[in-house]
Design a protein around this ligand. Structure first.
Ligand SMILES: [Zn+2]
Length: 252
């Protein structure tokens, strides 16, 4: 008998594998990101009764290989499939972006309970009808923090003072900002208003239960969104494919 790992898990991606199988990537509470073969899942969708659709939270049982090779899905039990999230195309694409980011940011067998908790909060929030773009912005800020690349929104990189005036200039490579007193003339990249900086600081400090209380104007949301997109793309050294789908929707 193979060793069995049982854990709550989220489906974060899936692709066909050969004639009849699928290769599913999960984020599990016990083992972090794990890839598994779903035997027969391509030939018969009934085999796993929708349990392997993206974003589904399930109780997962995996048969681990004795030596090398991939895990095999032994059984699944759906805990929540977040039905409301699936009805709105914008929510679906935003959730796909977050799954893509989790896939890019994480390694296999490196469990982070806080990331599991963040995913549950995120899918639950979209399902409960919270603003998809705002909720996704919160997710992206907290994911970057969990990945160890938390930007410093508190003090100027050079003079170490809190920001003054009406805007700062954010430096992607340094993960922080330069205040209006320290910036050189002509530096225009990622000009961030102080209101946006304040919102970013609030989100970064959490906790999750407080985030939906934050009110943001559309201008602040767009400025923060653009900065977080640039930060993720800068650190990952690529533009995740879901951003192109969002651009097509006109929500980018
Ligand atoms: Zn300064």
């Amino acid at each position: 008998m193979p060793d069995i790992l049982k854990s709550p898990a989220f489906v974060i991606s899936g692709q066909d594998l050969g004639e009849s199988d699928r290769l599913i990537t999960f984020y599990t509470m016990a083992g972090g990101k794990m890839r598994s073969i779903a035997k027969g899942a391509k030939r018969s969708r009934r085999r796993f009764v929708n349990a392997l659709e993206p974003f589904t939270m399930l109780n997962l049982s995996l048969a681990l290989p004795r030596t090398t090779g991939l895990n095999r899905i032994d059984s699944t039990e759906i805990l929540d499939n977040f039905p409301q999230l699936r009805l709105k195309f914008e929510c679906y694409i935003m959730a796909s972006l977050c799954c893509e980011l989790v896939n890019l940011w994480t390694k296999e067998d490196d469990p982070q309970k806080n990331l599991f908790k963040l995913l549950r909060w995120y899918f639950g929030s979209l399902n409960d009808g919270f603003h998809p773009k705002k909720t996704t912005l919160f997710f992206k800020i907290l994911l970057l923090t969990l990945a160890g690349y938390a930007p410093d929104f508190d003090q100027c990189l050079l003079c170490k003072k809190p920001p003054m005036g009406d805007h700062v200039v954010f430096k992607l490579h340094a993960g922080g900002f330069v205040c209006s007193g320290c910036r050189k003339a002509g530096e225009k990249t990622h000009k961030i208003g102080l209101g946006t900086l304040k919102s970013l600081r609030y989100i970064q400090k959490g906790p999750l239960d407080n985030l939906h209380r934050l009110t943001m104007t559309d201008a602040v949301l767009e400025e923060a969104w653009s900065l977080m997109k640039s930060l993720h793309c800068h650190h990952l050294e690529r533009v995740p494919a879901s951003y192109k789908v969002l651009a097509g929707l006109g929500t980018e």
